[in-house]
Design a protein. Structure first.
Length: 163
């Protein structure tokens, strides 16, 4: 049944879109279901009033925004007639590695060196930035995090720690 609908849609649009190209819309559908969970959970917590927001107001607002964005993702993906892009697994692995580097280093060597290493790890797959540029970027992001999170906000992080 679903296959017949997809074939009919493909004929009506006059495109030869491969069947796997519709998987992006499934991701949008999953986000829409997640948004409904946020909306229902926020409603159960109590949204409050406009003058005095309840504990469920933020989850409900977040759920509504996510629902609108997920509908936009689904509409854009279903109208797109180009072939689906292949994921960049190397960049995906670099971001996962950067998260691991951050989790393993910030508590041990401090916020600034941890963010420095995290930034370099995340930027490694990008060939457009030379390694010296990655070092400068890591230093700037690390110092910016120091100024923001320790200086302005006053979070209890050690800027530099021992090995």
């Amino acid at each position: 049944m679903i296959r017949d609908v997809l074939i009919r849609l493909r004929r009506e649009q006059g495109t030869a879109r491969p069947p796997h190209a519709y998987f992006g819309a499934l991701g949008g559908g999953a986000l829409f279901i997640l948004s409904l969970v946020f909306i229902v959970g926020g409603y159960e917590l109590g949204p409050g009033t406009l003058r005095r927001l309840g504990t469920g107001a933020f989850p409900m607002i977040t759920g509504v925004i996510l629902a609108v964005l997920s509908l936009a993702v689904m509409a854009a993906d279903l109208r797109d007639t180009s072939d689906a892009e292949r994921p960049d697994w190397i960049s995906f692995a670099a971001i996962g590695g950067a998260l691991a580097v951050f989790a393993l280093t910030v508590g041990r060597i401090g916020l600034v060196p941890g963010v420095f290493l995290t930034t370099i790890t995340a930027s490694l797959p990008d060939p457009s930035l030379p390694f010296v540029g990655k070092l400068v970027l890591g230093a700037l992001v690390g110092l910016g995090c120091w100024g923001l999170f320790i200086g302005l906000i006053g979070l209890p992080f050690a800027a530099f720690g021992g090995l």
